[in-house]
Design a binder for this molecule. Structure first.
Ligand SMILES: C[S@@+](CC[C@H](N)C(=O)[O-])C[C@H]1O[C@@H](n2cnc3c(N)ncnc32)[C@H](O)[C@@H]1O
Length: 217
């Protein structure tokens, strides 16, 4: 049970798929964990249960940062909760585990600066956040570190894998799940169909978790 301020992303299929992948990933205990786009802090809390030594949680939403901080504190966990765009505020720190459930839903409007849509709206191709994340991931990971990122197949897992590999990481899809469209996808169905991103009548999408490993020198 997590506290959730109004407008903060509710734990959903993607959150749960990433937590399942985390539990199967055999991550060594005692690492420094970064949760990018923390929302309620659900992934940060899960990482703590899997033995994280330190937790950093980042979100562009002030409410999300406060919510994640509170959910960690209620469980006796210490978290460094940072407010801002992940790319702008993460400095030179390196992490053993990076978790990301970023905005990834393709949408006719460009990625917004404010409001609850920041949690999902990722611009026309669904990659406004993902492309930046893939470029930054090699710089966020310690040697031997692991990143787990969840997103929809609508925004091209093969591109994510290719971008991570271009950055020198080993990358592959490690989990997949078919889920029914939620309210956002149902509302976007006419536009997604008109652009050919989904088939007429389609009401489910595949989510994937992509694992990236930074090799030791
Ligand atoms: C899909 S939600 C995931 C929330 C939570 N991690 C989970 O799995 O339930 C994406 C989160 O990313 C945050 N976000 C969006 N753009 C961001 C940015 N540029 N930098 C940091 N966080 C961002 C949103 O505010 C939102 O909380």
């Amino acid at each position: 049970m997590l506290v959730r301020a109004p407008g903060v992303y509710r734990v959903q299929h993607d959150t749960r798929l990433l937590i399942r992948a985390l539990s199967q990933a055999r991550i060594p205990h005692g690492g420094r964990v970064l949760d990018i786009g923390t929302g309620t802090g659900a992934l940060a809390v899960a990482a703590a249960h899997h033995g994280a030594r330190t937790i950093t949680a980042v979100d562009v939403s002030r409410r999300a940062v406060a919510t994640a901080w509170l959910n960690c504190r209620l469980r006796g966990l210490t978290v460094r909760a940072l407010h801002g765009d992940f790319e702008a505020i993460l400095g030179t720190d390196r992490f053993d585990l990076v978790l990301a459930n970023p905005p990834y839903v393709p949408a006719p409007r460009s990625a917004p600066d404010r409001g609850a849509a920041r949690a999902w709206n990722a611009g026309e191709k669904g990659r406004a956040f993902l492309d930046r994340l893939c470029a930054m991931m090699p710089h966020l990971l310690e040697s031997g570190g692991v990143a787990l990122t969840v997103h929809s197949c609508l925004c091209h897992p093969d591109t994510t894998v290719a971008q991570l590999r271009e950055g020198g990481l080993e990358a592959a899809v490690v989990a997949r799940s078919s889920v029914p469209f939620g309210p956002v996808m149902r509302e976007l169905t006419p536009w997604l169909t008109s652009t050919g991103l989904i088939e007429p009548g389609q009401n489910r999408e595949d989510l994937v978790v992509i694992r990236a490993d930074k090799p030791r020198p």
